[in-house]
Ligand binder design. Structure first.
Ligand SMILES: [Zn+2]
Length: 291
């Protein structure tokens, strides 16, 4: 009902859901000689059970390893339904532990989070980790970007990258609220410089370098527009409402401008955002465009 399993190269799949709406994320499946590696889980039990069925349609091999690309709820909340050793960047694991279902259910009261649960990962790493399951799988942390604990999954022989939310493929709007706009731009440069052709985004359809460039342009636009208003002394929320999104107005979840400007301001001031600041920016973001 929700997702499709797309074979992007032999035995490597992107599990694509929806059009990149809130909590409707993509996952990936890398089938090796004796077992499969799953990249990310989904935001509720029904979606996860459907993905399990789709996995069984393409392989009988067990899913032994689960990679979480970061600690955001949609990517981790059904880890418990997959009997696998789970791996994340060390900050991704920390963020997993604070992905409280009740906080998100309050913010997104219309969404179905049935069966969602926090299950922290078993293994963490700092910069890079490699898995060998008949092919080479590189997990790389590019620094603070979409969150503080992102990693992308690079298959050098296949020239494939499973980006997690380091890539929201246009027309999905990138979100940097929990990370860094400047760090995100740097991470996208790193992705662009890889010897790769296929980029699976965390939200949106299977992509290539063009979508990386577009996401990068959007983030540069946000930073520049936020800085102009910061220099004039506007407060962050006023600035977010004042920015004319132009061509980005028609991108999905354009309200993310609010969260992105909140983050840009924190960077311009050189300040950390506390958990309560993030929740407040999230609340205001979801009010954007509503009367
Ligand atoms: Zn995310």
């Amino acid at each position: 009902m929700f997702g499709k399993m797309v074979e992007i190269v032999e035995n490597v799949y992107a599990y694509i859901q929806g059009n990149g709406e809130w909590f409707v994320n993509n996952a990936g499946l890398i089938v090796g000689d004796s077992y499969a590696v799953l990249v990310d889980t989904l935001s509720n039990e029904q979606r996860a059970m459907e993905m399990k069925e789709k996995i069984r349609e393409v392989t009988e091999k067990p899913v032994k390893i689960l990679i979480n690309t970061h600690g955001h709820p949609d990517h981790i909340w059904t880890n418990h339904l997959f009997d696998a050793i789970a791996i994340a960047h060390e900050n991704g694991r920390k963020e997993t532990l604070t992905a409280f279902v009740d906080v998100y259910q309050t913010l997104f009261s219309d969404l179905d989070f049935t069966g969602a649960k926090i299950t922290p990962q078993d293994v963490t790493f700092k910069k890079e980790l490699k898995i060998y399951n008949g092919r080479e799988i590189h997990l790389v942390h590019p620094g603070v970007a979409h969150t503080t604990g992102d990693c992308y999954v690079y298959l050098p022989q296949e020239k494939v990258v499973l980006c997690g939310d380091l890539l929201f493929a246009k027309p999905c709007t990138p979100l940097a609220l929990g990370g860094s706009i400047l760090g995100y731009i740097k991470a996208l440069d790193e992705l662009l410089n890889l010897d790769a052709e296929i980029y699976v985004p965390g939200h949106g359809e299977v992509a290539g370098k063009d979508e990386i460039v577009s996401a990068r342009e959007y983030l540069e636009f946000v930073y520049e527009e936020a800085k102009k208003r910061f220099d004039k002394g506007m407060d962050w929320y006023e600035a977010a409402l004042d920015i004319d999104l132009g061509e980005y107005k028609d991108w999905r979840e354009s309200e993310r401008i609010v969260g992105n400007v909140a983050r840009a301001y924190a960077e311009l001031k050189g300040e950390e955002m506390q958990f309560s600041d993030l929740v407040e920016a999230g609340r205001r973001m979801l009010e954007y465009g509503k009367d």
